[in-house]
Design a protein around this ligand. Structure first.
Ligand code: ATP
Ligand code: MG
Length: 240
């Protein structure tokens, strides 16, 4: 393999096999009364004919801020969440993306698309933050991955507190949580206490069961077949 796209991002430190040891936690907890109350307070559900909010940031009464988790061993977690990002953009939402796995030149496709959408001015706004040197607010040089991930999470908390976005995507955040770099209870408290109207989507394998408990929407993507199992490397237009 000769180019930087030949191997996908490794989802665990030093583990290049994305399938290894991957089992998503079982979604065991039913939505609580709190969720039912929030939904009862909403008016009509969305319908296929619904055109959505026409003006940036204005929301209808039925719009309820959700926490969504996309987990599992199959391909499609990040790409599905980028699909939601596009919908949020189309509704005029201010959107933020934090990628918690070091980017480099990998996965440039979705970012390029998001930048074009943002620049078009035809919908909402998209701010894109990449772990490592891409965390632009970090003043000092950080060499430890753990410190870098923590700095990213601290910034996420600040932005949630200031209600900077209507749609926030925390891509691959399950990994630094699994490694104990980001405290899952801090994430849970931040999500549950978030003010105003903020959809938050979290992706990555092995989502912690606490995330699954507090989320309103949990999807688990199963791996049925992946070209990598047949020795076919990552493909542009599909994987990045
Ligand atoms: P994508 O970004 O394509 O939606 P994903 O977010 O579901 O993928 P990740 O675990 O983040 O999955 O892996 C990202 C890369 O690893 C992608 O290039 C993807 O094709 C590849 N990949 C995902 N699932 C598998 C799998 N089961 N076997 C091998 N490679 C995989
Ligand atoms: Mg992913």
């Amino acid at each position: 393999m000769t180019d930087e796209h030949a191997t996908p991002q490794t989802p665990t430190p030093g583990n290049a096999n994305p399938d290894e040891g991957a089992t998503a936690a079982e979604p065991t907890v039913a939505p609580g009364p709190e969720a039912a109350e929030r939904h009862a307070a909403a008016d009509l559900p969305h319908t296929p004919d619904d055109q959505g909010s026409e003006e940036a940031v204005r929301r209808k009464k039925r719009d309820i801020p959700l926490v969504a988790v996309v987990t599992g061993t199959g391909k499609g977690k990040s790409t599905s969440s980028f699909g939601m990002l596009q919908r949020a953009w189309a509704r005029g939402y201010r959107s933020g993306v934090f990628q918690f796995v070091k980017g480099g030149k990998w996965k440039v496709g979705e970012r390029k698309a998001a930048e074009a959408l943002h620049a078009s001015g035809a919908g909402g706004t998209i701010e894109w933050e990449i772990q490592g040197k891409g965390w632009t607010w970090i003043q000092r040089d950080m060499t430890e991955s753990e410190d870098i991930a923590k700095a990213g999470w601290d910034e996420v908390k600040r932005r949630i507190a200031e209600e900077r976005y209507e749609f926030l995507l925390l891509d691959e955040i399950t990994y630094p949580i699994s490694w104990g770099w980001i405290d899952v209870e801090d994430v849970v408290a931040t999500l549950q206490g978030r003010p105003g109207f903020q959809h938050v989507v979290l992706t990555g394998r092995n989502a912690h069961e606490r995330l699954i408990e507090v989320a309103d929407l949990v999807s688990e993507v199963q791996n049925v077949k992946h070209p990598m199992q047949a020795g076919i490397r990552a493909q542009q237009g599909i994987d990045w």
